[in-house]
Design a protein around this ligand. Sequence first.
Ligand code: GLU
Length: 297
Amino acid sequence: MVSDAPTTGKLATRFAPSPTGRLHLGHGYSALKAFDLAQRTGGRFLLRFEDIDSGRVRDAYYPGIEEDLHWLGIEWDETPLRQSERFTAYGEALDRMKARDLVYPCFCTRKEIAAEIAASATAPHGPDGPLYPGTCRRLTADERETRLAEEDHAWRIDMAKAASLAGELYWEDDEAGRVAAQPQIHGDVVLARKDVPTSYHLAVTVDDAAQGVTDIVRGSDLFAAAHIHRLLQHLLGLQVPRYHHHRLIEDEDGKRLAKRDDARSLAALRETGIAAADILSALRGNPPDIGKLTAST
Ligand code: GLU
């Protein structure tokens, strides 16, 4: 394994949607950016279904997403990876963190966490809201043992410990340049959920390395998550990809598109008879212009 080294070799990008809805123009933009980068450089373009959230995933969205991409002429290399089939790999990564005492079990419910935060005068906030107050980090070894045997639990990273062990880390980002990782801003994030034996952060980091992704193209809403991913790459001895965080596609009111914006879904647009070429040229515009592209009348 190449430990914590910058990525080398043939370029590989990926598009990693969750099959919890059909793709909209924002997904199309992201997929196209990744696809175009791979095409320009003779690299690979991979598709990965981020389907760990079984309660929200629907079977019909896997072929639906493939159909949307085919329509735009976006073709992928290799069989798409499904994260729901990768729990063993995530478990192994978590075990390595456990062996180094960098994670701890967390028994808190959402309600308990919210109550503790509400009761605190100085609850620190991170990019995704208030930080976990560290309640279960302070349990004694005995308490932990007893509760582990009896209660559902998540696994959280001991962020202060992990970050200080890692020291200074950087990543290369298209627009931002060389970025110093500050994973501490996120606090003790969950690496394995109570209901799923992994989390977005752990799964994405393990898979990008396993698939040999050299260039991560995704929306700027995930920029802050890269602080965590960079730390995990270091702790797990994985290659460090380059990042291309791109602008988010917005509607004419300046709101970012969401899966519920059916009028901006690729499937609805296709049904109106719009040509895929028109979608592609709008998305490849600089800036991309989706103003006229809507299936609502
Ligand atoms: N699965 C995430 C999404 O649907 C993308 C994750 C990533 O690109 O890192 O937005």
